[in-house]
Design a protein. Sequence first.
Length: 428
Amino acid sequence: MTDIYTQFIDISQLRIGMFIYLDMGWMDHPFPVNSFEIRNQDQIATIHSLGLERIRYAPDKSSPDPGAAASAAPDSASTAATARLAESPKTVEARKHREMLANQQASLLACERQFSQASQTFKHVTEMVHAQPQVAREQAENLIRGFLADMLGEDEAAIRLLSEKAGERTSLHSINVTVISLLLGKAMELSKIDMLELGIGALLHDIGKMELPDRLRWLEDHFTHAERQLYQSHVMHGVTLARKLGLSPNATLLIAQHHEHIDGSGYPTHIFADKISPLARIVSLVNQYDNLCNPGNPALAITPHEALSQLFTHYKTQFHAPTMTAFIRMMGIYPPGSVVQLTDERYALVVSVNSSRPIKPRVMIHNPEVPRDDALVINLEHEQSLGIHRSLKPLQLPKAAYDYLSPRKRLCYFFERGREIETIGGAA
């Protein structure tokens, strides 16, 4: 596979021929898609009106118009080039660090902005389910189509850990399950129509919880038998709402089966193996993973590395083996959010995993000589002599490393396209 490299530029640098990405909600701009090649000055003027300061573009996919490039002031370009030639090696390194840090922060902010907008859309969908079911369905479909336009438009996609401030509890779980399910569906090479139905079903898999009392929307160990049965009724409530929304049979079936297990231990109908749809197998597995990492009681949360281990050792008989294999291969041994110790004994937080090359994730390394806000994310794929030695629980970290890395108590995931963050060789 070929990588699509992207970088952030100031909005004033837009030129005809640039292939750009609008990292914003799909209903927050007038263009039919979120990524496209700029064809004329009117498009540039429209982009300027969106209020963005920086924008992401792909040099590899761009073919800037010579006339537009020539219109840039040659004296300014010449002066800038001369100034850079006069820089000392130390100044060059510092400037590159600043540029890379700015791109890194802009990329994270873009992901968090899209997650927030997706959360708002999900909230609107749930608010309109009863009063305007057709509008609710259309908004859900538009959200998933927007995800797929970005996710399927690149050869590779990375799973990105966001800050804990992104999303509230209900939307966080639904968006997490949707994003990871779609990435897994892509890894399993599902068709575009299956991907659309997978995304809609994943987004709305817990829609039936709207019909439950607030205190019963998250499964707790102390539930009585009656409370547990009432909690499990959210599946049938979800099917009823899916029909009211006019969802496709496949998306509705996914909602009906998202708690079924191939060994018959699931609910509500305790069906086995082949009777569970391929799409439901994906969401059932991803749903369990996110519930292990983000349980109703935060005190019971386990690390992503532990969650993968438990899925494989304790829950292996409950999930479809090829789906489980594809999931573990995609997430890597150390999914985003994992706290690890590197081969040089330093501590790090895994912040991003390329689903096509999961063995070498991107990490933020504890370095007391660098302020946390200035810490670069290091791509271990570029570090020949550096790797991961072992996974740790957050409480195993020394206090200084814990405070610096700030392990997440809630795991919030999104995706980023291509390799959007490139680091200086040896920056670790």
